[in-house]
Design a protein around this ligand. Structure first.
Ligand code: HGY
Ligand code: MN
Ligand code: MN
Length: 420
């Protein structure tokens, strides 16, 4: 496989040329040339460039850019009468990435939103409701740990104080980072005044699985998001000499961590769920020293909430068994937990019908669309085929023709939602 971005050739229609131009402009921002992956973390230099890019795209289309104070960018129609109607249709996604992420997760939805507006203009479609392009802040939570921080702040499901106190890997708090970027901390707060003006949200996203590829479909419609959560596990023990400490004398926290990793695999397989340890910090980190502590993050997802609770309990129980044997400690802290989401059924069915009976499928991946849906905003999602299903990796991919099919599908859905 080749992680290099696709060369799109020279498609003919204006929205197609715009898609290619936007994609090409985003391509170098935050890209690690050695891996081909992206490092686009909230409020990093790369993130600021992405925000500038978003502002430029809004300006180029005569849209009025606003920031909700939480870092979410919203591009409104300049026509004040239209924008003031109170039944806006939000469309967009996010531009940030996981560590060494792919090009498509997030940006495909934002680029497609702008390109869909271009296509609607090409078609001469009259939009009776304001269509607002959204770029949500810090969807991945790669820097501060909480997924969908921007949309959670907007909707009030994340308290400003809790958010401002989140710390990155260098120990910097979000408050410190925002201050250094010249942002107003008092503006970080829920915005019911904005949400009251929104009648629907639709997010297009690269599929993060092989569902559409297996069904031979370029575009699909989301039905639901599995409940999921991030849990921090702090294992504590006693540092000691690797060569001289008898095995029975050790208080090695790595062993309970190892038990947790194996338990995660075992119980997730049994339950048809998912459990992952993708991040671990070991102190003091010496090859010839027993660790004093191991901090690890469990990402757990399941088809229903009872299974998710049972999965995390089973993993914790098995890890505690090992920590009791070894006299080590274990604390489990949920960092962000998301309930199951069922997307608006009317929007889902209308989208599937508009797209000629497109497949309807659930996902185990979290999205800002899930947060807005939980808040009561009628919300839908479109997925674009991912031939390998690989995501959160430089090898994430979607074919150019499928991306353009996604733009057309999004335009169709927007035309439907924005009709009086
Ligand atoms: O982690 C997720 O589920 C998403 O891709 N943010
Ligand atoms: Mn993601
Ligand atoms: Mn995403």
């Amino acid at each position: 496989m080749d992680p290099q971005p696709e060369t799109h050739g020279q498609p003919g229609r204006a929205h197609e040329r715009e898609f290619v131009r936007m994609w090409d402009e985003l391509e170098p921002i935050g890209r690690d040339r050695s891996t081909g992956g992206y490092h686009r973390y909230a409020w990093s230099d790369a993130d600021l460039l992405l925000r500038e890019w978003f502002a430029g795209e809004a300006a180029a289309r005569g849209l009025e850019l606003t920031d909700d104070g939480n870092g979410n960018q919203l591009a409104w129609p300049a026509d004040a009468e239209l924008a003031g109607r109170g039944d806006a249709v939000l469309v967009g996604s996010h531009l940030d990435s996981v560590p060494d992420g792919g090009a498509y997760d997030g940006p495909l939805g934002v680029v497609s939103a702008f390109a869909a507006l271009d296509l609607l203009a090409e078609r001469g479609v009259r939009l009776d409701r304001p269509v607002v392009v959204a770029g949500f802040s810090d969807e991945e939570g790669s820097r501060f740990g909480i997924a969908c921080a921007g949309s959670r702040l907007l909707t009030g499901s994340l308290a400003p104080d809790a958010a401002l106190g989140m710390r990155d890997r260098d120990g910097l708090s979000l408050a410190e980072v925002l201050s250094a970027r010249g942002r107003d901390l008092a503006a970080v707060r829920p915005r019911p005044d904005i949400l009251d003006r929104v009648s629907a949200f639709v997010e297009l996203h690269v599929e993060q699985g092989r569902g559409l590829a297996d069904m031979d479909a370029a575009v699909g419609v989301a039905s639901a998001i599995w409940p999921h959560g991030r849990f921090r596990l702090d294992f504590t023990g006693e540092a000691n000499h690797a060569g001289t400490t008898l095995m029975q004398d050790r208080r090695d926290p790595m062993l309970a961590f190892a038990a947790a990793v194996l338990a995660a695999d075992e119980h997730a397989r049994e339950a048809g769920a998912r459990a992952t340890f993708g991040r671990v910090e070991v102190l003091p980190g010496g090859t010839n020293a027993i660790p004093s502590s191991v901090r690890a993050w469990l990402d757990a997802r399941a088809p229903d909430e009872a299974s998710l609770v049972a999965l995390v309990e089973a993993i914790t129980l098995q890890a505690r068994g090992m920590s009791r044997r070894d006299g080590t400690g274990l604390d489990v802290t949920p960092e962000s937990v998301s309930a199951a989401v069922s997307f608006d059924t009317a929007l889902r069915d209308a989208a599937a019908a508009l797209l000629g009976g497109a497949p309807v499928l659930p996902t185990g991946a979290g999205h800002d669309a899930g947060v807005l849906s939980q808040h009561g905003v009628p919300t839908g999602m479109l997925f674009v085929r991912n031939p390998t299903g690989v995501s959160h990796s430089p090898y994430e991919h979607a074919d150019p023709d499928d991306c353009l099919a996604g733009v057309r599908a999004l335009a169709d859905v927007l035309a439907h939602l924005a009709a009086a």
